[in-house]
Design a protein. Structure first.
Length: 192
Protein backbone atom coordinates (compact mmCIF):
# COMPACT_ATOMS: atom_id res chain seq x y z
CA UNK A 1 0.00 0.00 0.00
CA UNK A 2 1.33 3.44 -0.93
CA UNK A 3 1.56 6.23 1.62
CA UNK A 4 -1.14 8.86 1.62
CA UNK A 5 -0.40 12.55 1.20
CA UNK A 6 -1.18 12.92 4.90
CA UNK A 7 1.30 10.16 5.84
CA UNK A 8 3.96 12.04 3.90
CA UNK A 9 3.38 15.20 5.92
CA UNK A 10 1.83 17.30 3.17
CA UNK A 11 -1.48 17.81 4.95
CA UNK A 12 -1.43 18.60 8.65
CA UNK A 13 -4.86 19.86 9.61
CA UNK A 14 -5.32 22.71 12.02
CA UNK A 15 -2.58 24.35 14.11
CA UNK A 16 -3.07 22.16 17.18
CA UNK A 17 -2.51 19.05 15.02
CA UNK A 18 -5.50 17.33 16.62
CA UNK A 19 -8.27 18.42 14.28
CA UNK A 20 -8.50 17.91 10.53
CA UNK A 21 -11.96 19.26 9.64
CA UNK A 22 -12.53 17.02 6.58
CA UNK A 23 -15.78 18.74 5.59
CA UNK A 24 -14.40 22.27 5.97
CA UNK A 25 -13.62 24.17 2.79
CA UNK A 26 -9.96 24.82 2.10
CA UNK A 27 -8.48 28.26 1.47
CA UNK A 28 -6.31 29.23 -1.49
CA UNK A 29 -3.36 30.00 0.78
CA UNK A 30 -3.58 26.55 2.37
CA UNK A 31 -3.60 24.84 -1.03
CA UNK A 32 -0.33 26.62 -1.79
CA UNK A 33 1.16 25.33 1.47
CA UNK A 34 0.24 21.76 0.55
CA UNK A 35 1.51 22.08 -3.03
CA UNK A 36 4.78 23.58 -1.79
CA UNK A 37 5.23 20.66 0.61
CA UNK A 38 4.49 18.26 -2.25
CA UNK A 39 7.10 20.13 -4.28
CA UNK A 40 9.75 19.56 -1.63
CA UNK A 41 9.92 23.14 -0.33
CA UNK A 42 11.12 23.50 3.24
CA UNK A 43 8.58 25.90 4.66
CA UNK A 44 9.15 28.15 7.65
CA UNK A 45 5.80 26.92 8.97
CA UNK A 46 7.32 23.43 9.28
CA UNK A 47 10.54 24.62 10.92
CA UNK A 48 9.40 26.09 14.20
CA UNK A 49 7.30 28.84 12.70
CA UNK A 50 9.87 31.67 12.73
CA UNK A 51 8.49 33.28 9.60
CA UNK A 52 10.68 35.23 7.22
CA UNK A 53 8.98 37.95 5.18
CA UNK A 54 8.20 36.75 1.66
CA UNK A 55 7.05 39.38 -0.82
CA UNK A 56 4.63 37.67 -3.17
CA UNK A 57 3.68 40.55 -5.44
CA UNK A 58 0.05 40.24 -4.36
CA UNK A 59 -1.26 43.24 -2.45
CA UNK A 60 -3.45 41.20 -0.13
CA UNK A 61 -0.84 38.66 1.05
CA UNK A 62 0.87 39.66 4.31
CA UNK A 63 4.58 38.96 3.68
CA UNK A 64 5.00 37.44 7.15
CA UNK A 65 1.88 35.22 7.06
CA UNK A 66 2.27 31.46 7.35
CA UNK A 67 1.32 30.94 3.72
CA UNK A 68 3.33 33.79 2.10
CA UNK A 69 6.39 31.61 1.40
CA UNK A 70 4.24 28.93 -0.23
CA UNK A 71 2.27 31.44 -2.31
CA UNK A 72 5.53 33.01 -3.50
CA UNK A 73 6.91 29.59 -4.46
CA UNK A 74 3.70 28.60 -6.27
CA UNK A 75 3.50 31.93 -8.13
CA UNK A 76 7.19 31.80 -9.10
CA UNK A 77 6.69 28.23 -10.38
CA UNK A 78 3.67 29.28 -12.46
CA UNK A 79 1.31 27.09 -10.45
CA UNK A 80 -0.90 29.94 -9.23
CA UNK A 81 -1.83 33.36 -10.43
CA UNK A 82 -3.85 36.03 -8.78
CA UNK A 83 -7.03 37.78 -9.71
CA UNK A 84 -7.23 40.53 -12.33
CA UNK A 85 -6.78 43.21 -9.65
CA UNK A 86 -3.32 41.88 -8.59
CA UNK A 87 -4.68 40.24 -5.45
CA UNK A 88 -4.47 36.55 -4.58
CA UNK A 89 -7.32 36.00 -2.13
CA UNK A 90 -5.36 33.75 0.25
CA UNK A 91 -8.34 33.48 2.60
CA UNK A 92 -10.82 32.79 -0.22
CA UNK A 93 -12.15 29.28 -0.42
CA UNK A 94 -10.74 27.44 -3.42
CA UNK A 95 -13.19 26.23 -6.05
CA UNK A 96 -12.97 22.98 -7.96
CA UNK A 97 -11.98 24.77 -11.17
CA UNK A 98 -9.26 26.72 -9.32
CA UNK A 99 -7.98 23.58 -7.61
CA UNK A 100 -7.95 21.62 -10.89
CA UNK A 101 -5.94 24.44 -12.46
CA UNK A 102 -3.46 24.47 -9.59
CA UNK A 103 -3.06 20.67 -9.69
CA UNK A 104 -2.68 20.71 -13.48
CA UNK A 105 0.03 23.35 -13.37
CA UNK A 106 1.74 21.53 -10.49
CA UNK A 107 1.68 18.22 -12.41
CA UNK A 108 3.24 19.94 -15.42
CA UNK A 109 6.25 20.87 -13.22
CA UNK A 110 6.79 17.22 -12.28
CA UNK A 111 7.35 13.95 -14.13
CA UNK A 112 3.92 12.60 -13.19
CA UNK A 113 2.58 10.67 -16.22
CA UNK A 114 -0.95 11.95 -16.79
CA UNK A 115 -2.89 12.15 -20.03
CA UNK A 116 -4.13 15.42 -21.47
CA UNK A 117 -7.94 15.72 -21.51
CA UNK A 118 -10.37 16.91 -24.16
CA UNK A 119 -13.98 18.00 -24.56
CA UNK A 120 -14.92 14.32 -24.95
CA UNK A 121 -14.01 13.82 -21.29
CA UNK A 122 -16.63 16.41 -20.34
CA UNK A 123 -19.40 14.96 -22.53
CA UNK A 124 -22.46 14.04 -20.50
CA UNK A 125 -22.05 16.72 -17.85
CA UNK A 126 -25.05 19.04 -18.00
CA UNK A 127 -23.11 22.07 -16.75
CA UNK A 128 -20.10 21.82 -19.06
CA UNK A 129 -20.90 25.26 -20.51
CA UNK A 130 -20.24 26.86 -17.11
CA UNK A 131 -16.53 25.98 -17.23
CA UNK A 132 -14.59 29.22 -17.80
CA UNK A 133 -12.03 29.37 -20.60
CA UNK A 134 -9.17 29.92 -18.15
CA UNK A 135 -9.79 26.57 -16.43
CA UNK A 136 -11.22 24.40 -19.21
CA UNK A 137 -7.99 22.58 -20.15
CA UNK A 138 -7.27 21.84 -16.49
CA UNK A 139 -10.82 20.59 -15.86
CA UNK A 140 -10.62 18.35 -18.93
CA UNK A 141 -7.32 16.97 -17.64
CA UNK A 142 -8.64 16.46 -14.11
CA UNK A 143 -11.77 14.63 -15.29
CA UNK A 144 -9.75 12.50 -17.73
CA UNK A 145 -7.34 11.41 -15.02
CA UNK A 146 -9.79 10.82 -12.19
CA UNK A 147 -8.72 13.94 -10.33
CA UNK A 148 -12.20 15.42 -10.17
CA UNK A 149 -15.00 14.76 -7.74
CA UNK A 150 -18.25 16.70 -7.59
CA UNK A 151 -20.46 14.02 -6.06
CA UNK A 152 -22.55 13.97 -9.24
CA UNK A 153 -22.40 11.82 -12.34
CA UNK A 154 -24.07 14.56 -14.40
CA UNK A 155 -22.74 17.82 -12.95
CA UNK A 156 -19.19 19.15 -12.68
CA UNK A 157 -20.18 21.88 -10.20
CA UNK A 158 -16.89 23.59 -11.01
CA UNK A 159 -17.58 26.78 -9.05
CA UNK A 160 -18.28 24.88 -5.81
CA UNK A 161 -15.70 24.84 -3.04
CA UNK A 162 -13.22 22.04 -2.33
CA UNK A 163 -13.22 20.42 1.12
CA UNK A 164 -10.13 19.22 2.97
CA UNK A 165 -11.31 15.65 2.41
CA UNK A 166 -11.60 16.15 -1.36
CA UNK A 167 -8.17 17.75 -1.43
CA UNK A 168 -6.62 14.83 0.47
CA UNK A 169 -8.17 12.21 -1.81
CA UNK A 170 -7.40 14.05 -5.05
CA UNK A 171 -3.78 14.86 -4.17
CA UNK A 172 -3.23 11.22 -3.23
CA UNK A 173 -4.70 10.18 -6.58
CA UNK A 174 -2.30 12.57 -8.29
CA UNK A 175 0.62 10.62 -6.82
CA UNK A 176 -1.01 7.30 -7.70
CA UNK A 177 -1.25 8.36 -11.35
CA UNK A 178 -4.92 9.28 -11.34
CA UNK A 179 -7.93 7.05 -11.65
CA UNK A 180 -9.90 6.27 -14.81
CA UNK A 181 -12.93 8.55 -15.09
CA UNK A 182 -15.22 5.52 -15.49
CA UNK A 183 -14.35 4.49 -11.94
CA UNK A 184 -15.82 7.69 -10.52
CA UNK A 185 -19.52 6.98 -10.88
CA UNK A 186 -19.81 6.57 -7.10
CA UNK A 187 -18.13 8.37 -4.24
CA UNK A 188 -14.66 7.00 -3.49
CA UNK A 189 -14.29 5.27 -0.14
CA UNK A 190 -14.05 7.93 2.55
CA UNK A 191 -15.39 10.67 0.27
CA UNK A 192 -19.07 11.43 0.43
Amino acid sequence: MKASTNDLGYIGGYADGKFFGPNDNIKRGDVCVILARMGGVELDIDNGGAFTAYETGFGDVDASSYYAQAIKWAADAGIVTGYDDDTFGPEDQVTREQFATMLYRYAKTTDLPLEKGSDRDLAGYRDVDTIPTWSREAVQWAVRNGLWFSGSATGLQAAENVSWEELAVLTQRLFLGGMPAAALSAAPEGLT
